[in-house]
Design a protein around this ligand. Structure first.
Ligand code: ADP
Ligand code: MG
Length: 644
């Protein structure tokens, strides 16, 4: 129960005076001190509330609900008085009774203002820069008002009219009035001295044209209709001008930029529906705060049935904004039964396909432009890996950095990859890591490099989920470099013969090498399942590989990051017998198989390998080992240089 309600029931309150809730005061405080330039949006907010109230009334009437003042036209009227410095906005919408008024105005419920507050407080953004982008709601009126009076009468016969007033400084008053008010709400604003401009016709008119032109109810100043009211989505594409699209987009999203893409279509058969969709240039889902703020506006024969319907748009396309309108849905459809409606579901699945097709068209025809989209929206888009019905279209749209990219900006698709594959290559290889720099030192990649096999670089934690659920592109299996079957790789020819061939080990030394491997296993004990000779390394002394059935290293890391228990996944340590370090160890081993120095180096090598793949839990041991080696090497250095 909100505190507004609790207060309302206190019998002591005869004055009808109440306090705003704390968060409302906080919001008011920010708004009152906000910059001159963003102030005009208060009018957009009040008109949008009026329009919502009219939509709700129309919705009630399609359901056959009885209500008062049936003859009153659905409209918004704006009037002003330059002498008294007032501005008044009234609508014939659904209105409010006393309880609703206290509940809706006096608390911050689900409105854009709650989102706005969160952003301001959590990300310490500058209020002035972001006010315009949010539906900051009713309270924005206090940017220009020194006093506001609301008179409202609910559409229900039994409800009395109420009057509310406040100066926005912490309290408001409310009383039931006997006056014969008509249905709807009137908001009378007594403007601050420095906000006189909003009592001038020219200024009011230009603000309405700028922000509220596409409101689907007439807005009058005196007898003159100000807005165009065009249902742009129902027009034929050829008859709509770019400027109209842009204006509509801005009024829909409050975005200052123009849309990145416009998708407009009028479908006639087998189901009639119109869509007007926009893809914004910028991802507005800042830090996921705005998560719930998505969906398409659903109209039936130009009547708004639901704002931000979420069944029309899967979450991974939530960056798409716009409108869907159909002749073939019943006007009195309830929001609850929508999901069971066959026509609605057909439209919804078509909309998804339409968006994916459109993106694919751009990706193909204007790849540079597509990359802009990808950079901005990929985090959200990747979540589409669960849309199995459209997986083929989805997969074509994914982009990755790869071993053949010239830097971490250059991206390729699965399709690009397959075009460059070797003749009998049946697998697509990938590595998951934090950055290009970190994967490039990954010893797993050495063999791919020497064979000239391309490897996709996946830097985003979600990529692991995408790949794990997709598993295949066309006929090609997706294979992580750390779980790959070496035989399949080794059948490809080396790009060039290694420049300096390391001398082969003698038969005798081969035996010693096998004993060295056994010694290494003994040193590491349970930390590894096996120590064996590596067939894939060229530049590094050693490498950790997963046994076939193990979780990938990246998955282990993700689970650790998300605080899930991962028992120490044991791995196989592979040793490169041609590496200088291993050759030296072998020499020392032959002289004294229990040399402490070998233990020191092996432990260090093992922990460095863990560190490289991001699975070293405690770095202390490694650091103390490195220090031991450094002390030794400094002594040897002095000796070698004969420094005393
Ligand atoms: P939002 O519109 O995002 O819900 P607002 O602060 O703009 O937030 O408005 C709060 C609530 O007050 C609305 O949800 C609505 O219930 C009510 N309200 C505001 N203006 C009107 C109006 N003109 N007619 C009926 N109800 C209104
Ligand atoms: Mg509002």
């Amino acid at each position: 129960m909100s505190s507004a309600e609790t207060t309302a029931k206190k019998p002591v309150n005869k004055s009808g005076k109440y306090n705003f809730k704390a968060e409302v005061k906080q919001l008011l405080d920010i708004l009152v001190h906000s910059l001159y330039t963003s102030r005009e949006i208060f009018l957009r907010e009040l008109i949008s509330n009026a329009s919502d109230a009219l939509d709700k009334l129309r919705f009630e009437s399609t359901k056959g609900t009885d209500f008062i003042d049936k003859k009153a036209a659905l409209e918004i009227r704006v009037s002003f008085d330059e002498k008294k410095n007032t501005l008044t906005i009234s609508d014939t919408g659904i209105g409010m009774n006393k309880e609703e008024l206290m509940q809706n105005i006096g608390t911050i419920a689900k409105s854009g203002s709650a989102e706005f507050l969160k952003q301001i407080t959590e990300s310490k953004k500058d209020a002035n820069n972001i006010i315009g982008k949010f539906g900051v709601g009713f309270y924005s009126v206090f940017m220009v008002a020194k006093e506001v009076i609301i008179k409202t009468r609910s559409f229900r016969k039994e409800d009395a009219a109420v009057e509310w007033n406040s100066n926005g400084l912490g309290t408001y008053q409310i009383k039931v009035v006997d006056e014969k008010l008509g249905r709807g709400t009137t908001i009378e604003i007594h403007l601050k001295e420095d906000a006189k401009e909003f009592a001038e016709k020219y200024r009011i008119e230009s603000v309405i044209k700028k922000h509220s032109n596409f409101i689907q109810f007439p807005i009058y100043i005196d007898k003159e209709k100000i807005n165009t009211m065009t249902a742009l989505w129902r027009e034929r594409k050829s008859s709509v001008k770019p400027k109209q699209y842009n204006e509509f987009y801005k009024s829909l999203t409050y975005d200052n930029d123009e849309p990145w893409e416009i998708i407009h279509s009028n479908v006639d058969a087998p189901i009639q529906y119109d869509t007007l969709l926009f893809i914004p240039q910028k991802n507005t889902d800042f830090f996921g705060f705005n998560r719930e703020n998505y969906g398409l506006d659903l109209y039936v024969r130009r009547v708004l049935i639901q704002h931000q319907n979420k069944e029309l748009l899967p979450e991974y396309l939530s960056f798409v904004k716009g409108v869907v309108d159909s002749e073939d849905l019943p006007l009195n459809i309830s929001r609850e039964t929508l999901q069971e409606n066959v026509v609605f579901n057909k439209i919804a699945s078509n909309v998804t396909i339409q968006i994916l097709n459109h993106l694919n068209k751009i990706a193909e025809k204007k790849p540079e432009q597509y990359v802009e989209f990808w950079k901005e929206h990929n985090r959200v888009f990747k979540m589409g890996y669960m849309d199995f019905a459209n997986q083929e279209k989805y997969l074509k749209l994914l982009r990755f950095n790869s071993s053949s990219s010239k830097d971490d900006k250059e991206l390729i698709s699965f399709e690009d990859y397959t075009k460059k594959m070797k003749e009998d290559q049946r697998e697509i290889y990938y590595v998951i890591g934090n950055s290009r720099d970190s994967v490039e030192v990954d010893p797993h990649l050495e063999i791919f490099r020497s064979k000239g096999l391309e490897v996709l670089y996946l830097f985003d934690p979600i990529d692991e989920f995408v790949i794990n659920s997709v598993r295949k592109y066309k006929d090609f299996d997706l294979k992580s470099v750390d779980t790959v079957d070496l035989e399949k790789i080794n059948k490809f020819k080396d790009l060039e013969e290694k420049k300096e061939k390391t001398e082969e080990l003698s038969k005798d030394d081969e035996k010693h090498f096998d004993s060295l491997l056994a010694r290494i296993k003994k040193i590491l004990g349970d930390k590894v399942t096996e120590v064996r000779e590596s067939k894939r390394l060229s530049g590094s002394p050693s490498l950790l590989v997963n046994p076939d059935d193990a979780m990938s290293s990246q998955m282990q890391k993700i689970m650790r990051m998300t605080n899930q228990q991962v028992g120490n996944q044991k791995k196989i340590l592979e040793i490169n017998k041609n590496h200088a370090l291993i050759r030296n160890l072998l020499k020392a081993f032959k002289v004294n198989s229990n040399d402490d120095y070998i233990t020191n180096v092996v432990e260090n090598m093992f922990e460095s390998a863990l560190l490289l793949e991001g699975n070293l839990v405690d770095p202390h041991q490694l650091v103390s080992n490195v220090n031991k080696l450094l002390v030794n090497s400094s002594e040897w250095y002095l000796k070698a240089k004969d420094i005393k």
